[in-house]
Design a protein around this ligand. Sequence first.
Ligand code: GDP
Ligand code: IMO
Ligand code: MG
Length: 509
Amino acid sequence: MEKKTAKLLQGVKTLSINCRQWGDTGKGKFVDLFADWADIIVRGNGGDNAGHTISYEGQELITHLIPSGILYDSHGKINIIGSGTVVYPRTLNQELKGLRERGLSYDNLWVAFNAHLITPAEIVLDRIKENVAGQNKIGSTGKGIGPAYSDFIARQGLIVNDLLNPIFLWPKLKRHLNYYRNILKNYDSDLIKEIMNHEHLESGLYYDDQRILDDEKIYFRYLEYGKEFKKFVFDTDSFIKSQLGIKNILVEGAQGDLLSVKFGTYPFVTSSDPSVWGLAEGIGLREANFDLSLGIIKGFYMTRVGGGPFPTELGGLNSERLCNKEGMNREQELKSYGEISVNCDDDLLPGHHDDEFLQGIALRQAGQEYGATTGRPRRVGWLDLPLLRYVLTFNRPDIILTKLDVLDELEIIPICHSYQYQGPDIFWRGREIHHLDQLQVAIPAAEILQYCQPIYTEFPGWKKSLKTCKSFADFPSEFKEILKFVVSETGIQPRIISVGPDRKETIFL
Ligand code: GDP
Ligand code: IMO
Ligand code: MG
């Protein structure tokens, strides 16, 4: 271990890594990086809505459910899918197959017996709801995450352990599917059929013309999955508790604080709590058990996938519409707009492209901001300090900044330091908020955030490659100026800077 890594991890036995924005900030890279230090790596929340990218030996591995420490399985490290996750058996089966095809082992993979199961019925409902939601679409990944977590709270969900007991599985599944049959009756039958013929739902295997859901087919398929997973299934919460303070435990979050059902930009959020609080609960611990919690942000920009307010989005509504257009992906976008330079047109003032919409596409191209799970273009905007100040109200200040190399060529880098509220007068959390008030700390509720206009401070860009920087001293003065501003405005404590996807492109401060 390098000297600086050793210093950061001095006295640390339990380390959490999660995101302080709307996801996709590089959790995969950093969980893989710290897996070298860890003995146990555990995912605490979410399901296969996540896509975590690991760059290794010139290759890319994207994990969805399997923890991003899996490359260290061959070193004897234990990777755990924790009790706070939701597991779709087909995805787990496919991910295991993918690992085998790459010659990667998963001998020490464990799955919590009490992690919740995602059923085909939940996936159908997730997709139907999005289909009929119109303007209120959340932009869900369509993996059944929302219904699966709701069913858990509504006491009608199934757990991974049910796959191992036919006598429990059958009555629970029948009750669950009966309930769903009644709900699905209210929706367009052709649409249901189309959804159920999707590959993700095993291309129609679970569909029955008369009864919508074929109970027997689901039951027998799920039993097969149970046989495959049996050797992995344990009481992981008790195990983790027993290893606390003894082994090095690395906790991996999915999504991000702003997508938290508890703290995020509700209702445009996921259905789990990806904050350190939710993560701790999702592995059977308490937040206070984390000796160090590293939160990741992109420096100095942000992205968001799906719907919901995004005050600093480049190109505003036009960008949101483009990114959320049916079937839109990297190839489609390239066909329509070609390759664009981040400073855009030569005729315009440096960095002041008057069509921010195009600059957003250019930044998306520079940062390769296309979803690791769905391939959707990620909406791009400038770093938003009111949102960062907000997440710091329930987090410790230690931060990893990633993707700084993406801004290498920019002439001007705007940072949003506050908002002007341009909505109707309202009452919020015991205080009044008036039209034209200035806000330093964001209010995460979507209906308020939509009226917040960002106010920017502009900084000159560094205009050179950061890839050659080996220590903080090597960073250009323009970069240091921006970082100093962000630190003094928010109180973050930057611990690590990332200038590329590779493990080596990492600078410890
Ligand atoms: P996660 O969901 O937080 O794990 O992030 P994703 O894997 O969805 O998206 C992050 C993307 O950025 C991946 O393609 C990473 O390989 C890549 N990445 C991570 N850190 C850096 C960095 O510092 N610079 C660049 N250019 N790419 C990075
Ligand atoms: P990682 O772990 C970015 C978003 C979806 C949608 C909302 C709800 O790779 O950072 P869901 O399928 O959870 O019901 O969708 O949350 N979303 C993510 N956005 N990164 C993710 O995961 C996400 N997981 C869900 O786009 O807006
Ligand atoms: Mg991701």
